[in-house]
Design a protein around this ligand. Structure first.
Ligand SMILES: [Zn+2]
Length: 193
């Protein structure tokens, strides 16, 4: 088969590359005899010519079928109401199981993270109730997610019964937090080049 690269439009007479012609399987060379520009112009002209009558026709058609459509629709909806309800009931049931399973999977996958976060929340609350400076508590728990060492400190504080020891742990913690905050500032600045 010879593939043609160009073709002359029978309408405008321009010789153009075949990509400017629509594909047409019924044509001998596989493309339309008129180029796309001519087709578009043609369509536009006939569209404008018929637009008004089309609009009128659509309006008439819409009006004439309006009543039957609403009656049919109503009957259909009524006949199918039970079906639709049944569908939703089944959907909910199937998805409840699926949702539960997804939740279970999520929990199992993130069990450690979740229990860790819950634990941190509990200790945070305990610190606040033990009158540890609220600002320090906030600063500490900014770092517990990212820094395992901070979590160790926090857990140490949680287990410690002696109040003086607890104070000492907090002092150490504050020192480390001071450093981490500086480290964070440096990190941010460097990442901005
Ligand atoms: Zn043309």
């Amino acid at each position: 088969m010879i593939t043609i690269k160009t073709k002359t439009c029978t309408n405008c007479g321009k010789r153009r590359r075949v990509k400017f012609f629509n594909k047409k399987s019924s044509s001998k060379d596989g493309v339309s005899s008129r180029c796309k520009d001519c087709l578009v112009t043609d369509y536009s002209v006939s569209y404008i010519k018929h637009k008004e009558s089309l609009k009128e026709y659509n309006k008439e058609y819409y009006q004439s079928t309006k009543e039957s459509r609403s009656v049919e629709g109503k009957a259909y909806r009524e006949a199918n109401r039970e079906k639709v309800l049944e569908y939703h009931r089944n959907y909910d049931e199937v998805n409840r199981d699926r949702k539960n399973e997804l939740n279970r999977n999520y929990y199992n996958k993130h069990k450690d993270e979740i229990s860790l976060r819950t634990k941190m929340k509990r200790i945070q609350q305990k610190m606040l109730c033990s009158s540890v400076d609220a600002e320090l508590v906030e600063r500490v728990f900014n770092f517990t997610e990212e820094w395992e060492g901070i979590r160790d400190f926090v857990e140490l504080w949680d287990k410690e019964k002696d109040s003086e020891e607890r104070e000492a742990i907090l002092e150490d913690l504050e020192e480390v937090i001071d450093e981490l905050e500086i480290y964070d500032i440096v990190k941010v600045r460097c990442s901005f080049g």
